[in-house]
Design a protein around this ligand. Structure first.
Ligand code: NDP
Length: 330
């Protein structure tokens, strides 16, 4: 038997979340599947949407949410994995269309797993989680497109959230000058501690702005979308690079082509869910190398599986600072 958060849909269309005692025989059958004893999972923005039912991210019910996890292989039908291997899973539709990580056990395709970096504990891996891995994908995209620490200031939006916090930590550790945009007045000190050299008020970017604005950013990590992303593009320097990975402020993009055709700005989309194994392994290797362990624990707090259901509401209100790790065995 094991425990999991179990989502069902009521007749009036509401999502109901409960902790359920389950049997291993209830786990989905997967060709080449690997059964994992989970140690830690996390609550991401998408998990908040799944657990509360605020947005239709869950493709079928019943569902076990949780888009990421770290744990040890209990049973393997995949030649690449054996009992006891320590593994990480991020994305692949897990927690949306396939039972996920907010559970003590999961069964997934072996092709979706990567090996846990030896330098990181499983709690550290999930403190980083999908948010930190996505932040690293944004940093790699900036590097790939020619942005380096001497290029100039890098704007990070949604700065106190999971992706934002890790983007600041990684960029500052690499020597970039980071400017953090936040809506939380009482988190300025936290963001400076993570390595931001300056913090700006979220409202400077979140209202409709001019198509072209004063050039400031050499690069951007945007987790917010909508006007924030439009203003970030409009104030990026000639030849600068904007990475877009989130929609915490909205899915729309009220933008003109002016920054692209007059300043050669590049807008790069970043997706963590379907990224190839090679891309994931590179990102996690860089996380193990570039992040300081003290920063990882500063960003994350740990809650139990039961508490995770309440945290889902808070993350959608934008009131969570950093990352919430779930100890599924607590
Ligand atoms: P969090 O909820 O941890 O952080 C989001 C942050 O955005 C908040 O803390 C807040 O930061 C800011 N924010 C919230 N509401 C608004 C608003 N209305 N307008 C402007 N800013 C707002 O989420 P994550 O960091 O985990 O994820 C951020 C985004 O990235 C989400 O949209 C998520 O779905 C997406 N994502 C995408 C991935 C991908 O593969 N592309 C992978 C992971 C996440 P502050 O108060 O500091 O402004």
């Amino acid at each position: 038997m094991f425990k999991a958060i179990y989502l069902t849909k009521s007749e009036d269309g509401k999502t109901l979340a409960q902790i359920k005692d389950m049997n291993l025989t209830e786990l989905p059958l997967v060709d080449g599947g690997v059964t994992v004893d989970i140690e830690f999972s996390t609550i991401n923005f998408k998990d908040g949407l799944a657990i509360t039912g605020k947005s239709p991210v869950v493709r079928k019910f019943p569902m076990v949410p949780g888009i990421d996890f770290c744990g040890k292989v209990q049973e393997s039908k995949n030649a690449n994995w054996k009992v006891g291997d320590e593994v990480i899973l991020n994305g692949w539709g897990v927690g949306e269309s396939h039972w996920g990580g907010l559970s003590q056990v999961a069964r997934v395709s072996g092709d979706w797993l990567i090996a846990k970096p030896q330098a990181l504990s499983s709690q550290e891996c999930m403190s980083i989680g999908t948010a930190g891995y996505t932040a690293m994908l944004c940093v790699l995209a900036l590097e790939r497109n020619g942005v380096h620490p001497d290029s100039g200031e890098i704007l990070v939006t949604g700065a106190s959230g999971g992706v934002g916090s890790f983007a600041i930590s990684i960029l500052s550790a690499l020597g970039y000058q980071v400017v953090a945009s936040t809506g939380k007045k009482d988190e300025y000190a936290f963001l400076i501690d993570l390595g931001a050299k300056e913090v700006i008020e979220r409202s400077l970017l979140s209202e409709a702005g001019k198509p072209l604005q004063k050039e400031r950013w050499a690069g951007v990590v945007d987790t917010v979308g909508s006007h924030t992303l439009a203003n970030a593009c409009a104030s990026t320097k000639y030849g600068g690079v904007v990475t877009a990975c989130g929609l915490a402020g909205g899915m729309d993009l009220p933008l003109t082509v002016a920054p692209f055709i007059l300043r050669g700005v590049s807008l790069i989309g970043v997706d963590s869910v379907m990224a190839s194994k090679a891309v994931r392994e590179n990102a996690w290797a860089r996380l193990a190398k570039d992040l300081k362990p003290s920063v990882i624990s500063q960003i994350a707090k740990v809650v139990s599986l039961r508490d995770a259901i309440n945290v889902a509401e808070d993350i959608l209100k934008g009131s969570i600072k950093g990352r919430v790790v779930v100890n599924v065995n607590q």
